[in-house]
Design a protein around this ligand. Structure first.
Ligand code: HEM
Ligand code: HEM
Length: 137
């Protein structure tokens, strides 16, 4: 059970990165799309971009779900862990914000999107703290 809980933590990090790649992949396309179109990697890049953009909400929602499973399992074994609780809160906030932007704003830019683009950096810092440096645990 302990391994399964750990797996859920690592899975969250992977799914979160997949959801985050939505932005860099679009930025690369915008900047280098024309140059890539001239190379033999054109098809591969476009498939990758389509895959990441199309499944963005799914990856985000799954990251939220696995984070919750990991959090509940670890909290019931170890009690309150501030670094984990902070990471979980940020990921949940990100998911709720994404849901709001999608349903109420129909994905159009707004303050929600600025915040939705910023939170991932805080999450990465928070995961780094939770898993590697443990400035607070
Ligand atoms: C309230 C929420 C959380 C609590 C209480 C918590 C607690 C813990 C604990 C106690 C461990 C050590 C595991 C062990 O050795 O048995 C751990 C590991 C870990 N946690 Fe969390 N965590 C939470 C949220 C998160 C979130 C949101 C992420 C998102 C990425 C995450 C990612 C990880 C990872 C990657 C590990 C290392 C797993 C491994 O050693 O293989 N945790 N967590
Ligand atoms: C929890 C992990 C998530 C991360 C790391 C994340 C990250 C991002 C990023 C970086 C962008 C900006 C893309 C750009 O600049 O074009 C974005 C856009 C967006 N996100 Fe998320 N997001 C997450 C979850 C969600 C969820 C759960 C939903 C909805 C249910 C959602 C809905 C959206 C929408 C509608 C956009 C704007 C349009 C689009 O790019 O598809 N996000 N997200």
């Amino acid at each position: 059970m302990r391994e399964f809980g750990n797996l859920m933590g690592s899975l969250t990090a992977i799914l979160f990165i997949l959801a985050f790649l939505n932005r860099p992949v679009k930025a690369i396309n915008k900047r280098y799309g024309k140059a890539i179109a001239k190379t033999s990697s054109k098809g591969a890049f476009q498939s990758l971009m389509r895959f990441l953009v199309k499944n963005h909400k799914l990856f985000g929602a799954l990251a939220g779900a696995s984070a919750l499973i990991h959090g509940v399992m670890k909290a019931s074994a170890y009690g309150f862990i501030a670094s984990g609780f902070l990471t979980l809160s940020l990921i949940m906030l990100q998911g709720v914000l994404g849901g709001y932007g999608f349903r109420k704003m129909k994905g159009k830019a707004g303050v929600w999107l600025k915040v939705h683009r910023l939170i991932p950096y805080l999450v990465f810092l928070s995961i780094f703290n939770h898993v590697v440096v443990k400035v607070f645990w």
